[in-house]
Design a protein around this ligand. Structure first.
Ligand code: GDP
Length: 196
């Protein structure tokens, strides 16, 4: 499986417009500005596959990137923007929980979090939904280059200690789009999820 072959397939306004529920997919989620687009670009070795630094709070689409005929990466809209109206937030949360519960081809959820502000309420909620749906979760602590080694390790440890509280298959890595640390670990988890 080669992530470099990823290519944009479609943008969907909501989960009802996603491709047919067949094959396998892995979804990427995170608060706006968490570094999701940058991570997807590093993973796929493409500088502009996923668009970085979008206008905050703008209505976002779900982007679908195909790896091959069977496998897809799903780039879910960033969440957690203060300015988004409550009604839209609730709609999105409902849609997301539905997607996690009902999408049969979904093999796992990658939750990207800025290592300086990890495990906000919505991040935790999302992880809970995934666990309830028996989906494995990889928490990716992004922008690891922003912290010194000691602080980075301390945060990683803190998250590792919190993980059993979720009760499911949750793991965590640190990641940097700048120096590509964590990339082999990310790839290895995705390879596993996409295997069967
Ligand atoms: P998204 O909204 O989650 O897709 O986040 P982006 O990928 O657009 O990144 C948000 C901002 O964080 C941009 O200014 C990126 O350049 C920056 N950024 C993303 N990843 C990293 C990283 O690993 N290290 C550093 N230092 N900055 C990053």
């Amino acid at each position: 499986l080669s992530f470099q072959k990823a290519h944009f397939t479609i943008s969907a306004p909501d989960i009802r417009h996603l491709p047919a529920d067949s094959g396998m997919e892995v979804a990427f989620a995170g608060r706006s500005n968490a570094g999701k687009s940058s991570a997807l670009n590093v993973l796929t070795r493409q500088n502009s596959l996923a668009r970085t630094s979008k206008t905050p709070g703008r209505t976002q689409q779900i982007n679908v990137f195909a790896l091959d005929d069977e496998r897809r990466l799903i780039d879910l809209p960033g969440y957690g923007f203060a300015k988004v109206p409550l009604e839209m937030k609730q709609k999105w949360q409902l849609a997301l929980s539905e997607y996690l519960q009902e999408r049969k081809c979904l093999r796992g959820l990658v939750v990207l979090m800025d290592i300086r502000h990890p495990m906000k309420d919505l991040d935790q909620e999302l992880i809970h939904w995934a666990v309830e749906s028996n989906l494995p979760v990889l928490a990716v602590l992004t922008k690891a280059d922003k912290l010194k080694s000691g602080a980075r390790k301390a945060t990683l440890l803190k998250i590792k200690e919190a993980i059993p509280g979720f009760g499911g298959d949750v793991s965590v890595i640190t990641f940097s789009s700048l120096n590509k640390s964590g990339l082999p670990e990310l790839e290895s988890v995705l390879q596993q999820w996409f295997q069967t």
